[in-house]
Design a protein around this ligand. Structure first.
Ligand code: ADP
Length: 402
């Protein structure tokens, strides 16, 4: 029998998210999450999709190794254990693949060394992703482990987009360039948008707006990314939940010299205490909309700044692409906040993009158009599915040789 199941692991510093998929029909068999790993109050939440049964386990889980073993026990209880011959491979989300990893890659010792070498440019994410890989390898050393990189989709960006205007020798020495993130989501959503239009990805140009707590925009030309808003790190670009996005780099010198702040303090300020949260004290768009409805001016200004930046990127990517077939909204805010979609597209009639208020207001879990049929540029809501994309890429790589 051919193995067709792929386990997808997304390891954070204190969490482990997982999904088990059967790639014959891309169906989910199990989904779950281990939170607060290393604390006394760890929690495992596991759902068996076929029965709909959800089980929870509370109590200390010491490390990622213990977490994955606990997950293995849950999967075995559902009859889909990690020792099953149906399990083909494990696909891992890895945030930073630098310029080296342009495609999903089967993990070996050399790949691990290279992911380690990228830790200085992804100090928060790559170590956690590596922990997941090492743990899974120890548990099933015979199974292919595939690393799927958040940066890979953006490696098609031309040098004119990827380089900052600084001395290239200095930039190369310290690997300073624009890498972009959320690539797995941008890849999935741009392809899904093409299908929504009844076209191949190679036939359309799409602007993807991934608006979650982190947020990024990308310009996708005929299936290839040509620009994206995040850069060396996820700090560049759009206004986000807690990140400032673009600002004059001299703000940093100013805060250090005049404000007396340390580098670490500024890092924390811009990554964790800025964006919507820094502007109004809330980073959840639902709460911000509720406050605006009550007449809160601080929340209204935060919303306006968020929308203004979004519009600037939409306009920029029109110019980068020359011709746009669709604008796709995705992730927590993009999929759910009709007010954000409406405000971001308002005023773009001259550029061919319109939103139908009724379609925009209707809720749904499926990819859908929210523009009237007459619009020259389609506007779509396309729920992202990074786990499915990781499983698809893993299966495409390993399934062939199976
Ligand atoms: P992450 O970047 O953590 O993966 P998500 O894509 O899950 O984020 O998005 C989380 C954000 O989505 C929340 O912070 C909130 O602002 C927003 N969000 C979620 N549901 C809604 C909703 N119904 N209406 C408006 N915003 C929402």
């Amino acid at each position: 029998m051919t193995a067709t199941r792929v386990l997808v692991l997304n390891s954070g510093s204190s969490s482990l998210k997982y999904q088990l998929l059967d790639m014959r029909d891309a169906s989910r068999l199990a989904v779950g999450l281990v939170e607060r790993i290393g604390e006394q109050t760890s929690r495992l939440k596991h759902t068996c999709v076929s029965t709909g049964e959800t089980r929870e386990q509370n109590g200390p889980i010491a490390d990622h190794d213990a977490a994955l073993k606990a997950v293995a026990v849950e999967l075995a209880r559902d009859g889909v254990g990690l020792d099953s011959p149906d399990l083909l491979a494990i696909g891992h989300r890895v945030v930073h693949g630098g310029m080296f990893f342009t495609e999903p890659t089967v993990v070996d010792d050399g790949v691990i060394t290279e992911i380690e070498r990228l830790i200085p440019v992804a100090p928060l994410h790559n170590p956690a992703n590596l922990t997941g890989i090492r743990t899974a390898r120890a548990l099933r050393p015979d199974l292919p482990q595939v690393a799927v990189f958040d940066t890979a989709f953006h490696t098609t960006m031309p040098e004119s987009t990827a380089r900052y205007a600084i001395d290239p020798r200095l930039a190369d020495r310290y690997r300073v360039r624009r890498y972009g993130f959320h690539g797995t989501s941008h890849a999935y959503v741009s392809r899904r948008t093409a299908r929504l239009l009844g076209k191949e990805p190679s036939e359309v140009n799409v602007i993807v707006l991934h608006l979650g707590n982190g947020a990024s925009a990308s310009a996708v030309e005929k299936g290839r990314c040509v620009d994206t808003s995040m850069g060396l790190t996820p700090l560049e670009g759009l206004v986000m939940g807690t990140r400032s996005g673009d600002l004059d780099p001299a703000v940093i010198f100013h805060l250090a010299r005049v404000g007396g702040m340390s580098m670490d303090e500024i890092d924390t300020l811009l990554n964790k205490r800025s964006g919507l949260f820094g502007l109004c004290g809330d980073n959840d768009m639902r709460e911000i909309r509720r406050r605006i409805d009550e007449g809160d001016r601080e929340a209204a200004l935060a919303f306006d700044i968020y929308i203004h930046r979004l519009k600037k990127y939409i306009g920029a990517y029109y110019a980068v692409l020359g011709k746009v077939d669709a604008i796709a909204f995705t992730a927590g805010v993009g999929e759910n906040a009709a007010a954000v979609r409406q405000a971001a597209i308002a005023g773009l009639e001259g550029l061919g993009a319109l939103v139908d208020p009724e379609l925009n207001g209707a809720r749904g879990d499926e990819a859908r158009l929210i523009s009237p049929p007459s619009a020259r540029v389609a506007v779509a809501v396309v729920p992202t599915d990074e786990e499915l994309e990781i499983a698809t890429q893993t299966y495409a790589l390993v399934g062939k040789s199976n």
